[in-house]
Design a binder for this molecule. Structure first.
Ligand code: SF4
Length: 333
């Protein structure tokens, strides 16, 4: 239990690798986190930081033989999904843990009406007849605030705007009343107003259904108002984690500071934007020591040689993987 809320997902020491022509790609290393009922956890980082692969592992969609989970466990309500029979695993991932994707147009079937697609969740998983399932689909479309739902349930995905398509994806994902909902960059292609409407809707549904919500994003601004806790990932590892307000107010890792300084709305003028210099490392050639050291303005000699472990900050619920975390924190405070 976390603050009286039941822990739904527990990831312990998860590592995922891919065999590529360039060598072994270490996508995720030693990842641990939990998601509780009614809680929103944001997994943040630049492209290639391992955030999406960590979720693919949770959803059971790492493809062997090239991709494999080399260590760790993923527990749902205490049971390790990684040792569970495949059919049971698919049931958990289909019904109890659901996911919405970044590109709704690619995820939806272009040749089927949206009412039929949403309704299929009920026909396939609950054995409900098509006519009744279509009515449930309309109810869900109403719930996610698609105007004129009864009429628009007969339309095809391309007849909707990007924001409305994302709402259709959300309706499909919540159809079976999952306990955990994962949203991978759910608002990337949308304008700022629609972004915040979708985030509000996700938060509302999380509260109404007491779901655990996991948001994957490269944009710290998008999750700023909605997440309870954040994990900041870089080169497949957690750099910093903790309650969102505390991490944003007083970051204890230079990478978090760099990401925060890259948020346009976080600055009074565009001129003050300070994107992080350089690029993330290739996952087949992660540098020794701290993986962030080639880009870090605070790096010291130790950082080039020794990998900092993720350590708790005394007296807090936060942790940081930085040799200079206390100085960074003092400077931020
Ligand atoms: Fe920068 Fe060193 Fe901290 Fe890494 S360990 S973030 S290189 S100061």
């Amino acid at each position: 239990m976390t603050h009286g809320r039941e822990v739904l997902v527990e990831v312990n020491n998860l590592s995922v690798e891919f065999q590529t022509t360039e060598g072994v790609l270490r996508a995720v290393t030693g990842l641990s986190y939990t998601v509780s009922q009614g809680e929103t956890v944001a997994i943040l980082g630049e492209s290639g930081s391992g955030k999406s692969v960590s979720i693919e592992a949770l959803m059971g969609i790492i493809d062997p033989p090239n991709g494999r989970i080399t260590s760790g466990e993923i527990r749902f309500r205490g049971t390790n999904l990684l040792t569970m029979p495949t059919t049971l695993r698919h049931r958990i991932n289909g019904e109890h843990i659901a996911m919405i994707f970044q590109d709704a147009l690619a995820a939806l079937n272009p040749s089927q009406t949206v009412g039929k697609q949403i309704g299929e969740m009920f026909t396939l998983h609950r054995g409900i007849r098509h006519r009744e399932a279509f009515q449930y689909a309309i109810e869900l479309m109403n719930r996610v605030r698609i105007p004129a739902a009864a009429k628009r349930a007969h339309c095809y995905p391309h007849e909707f705007s990007g924001g409305m398509r994302q709402r259709i994806m959300i309706a499909t994902a919540i159809a079976l009343e999952p306990e955990v909902l994962i949203a991978d960059e759910p608002t990337t292609a949308l304008d700022v107003t629609v972004q915040s409407q979708i985030m509000d809707l996700l938060t509302e549904l999380r509260t109404e259904r007491n779901m655990g919500l996991v948001l994957i994003s490269h944009d710290l601004g998008v999750v700023a108002d909605v997440a309870d806790r954040v994990l900041v990932m870089y080169a497949g590892q957690i750099m910093e984690c903790g309650p969102l307000r505390e991490v944003y107010r007083t970051p204890s890792h230079p990478y978090t500071i760099g990401l925060l300084n890259s948020i346009p709305n976080n600055q009074s003028t565009q001129e003050r934007l300070q994107p992080i210099k350089g690029l993330p490392p290739s996952p087949v050639a992660i540098p020794p020591g701290c993986p962030f050291h080639p880009r870090c303005p605070s790096a010291i000699e130790l950082c080039h040689r020794v990998l900092p472990s993720l350590e708790k900050l005394p007296g807090t619920n936060r942790a940081s993987a930085c040799h200079r975390k206390h100085e960074v924190l003092d400077n931020a405070g």
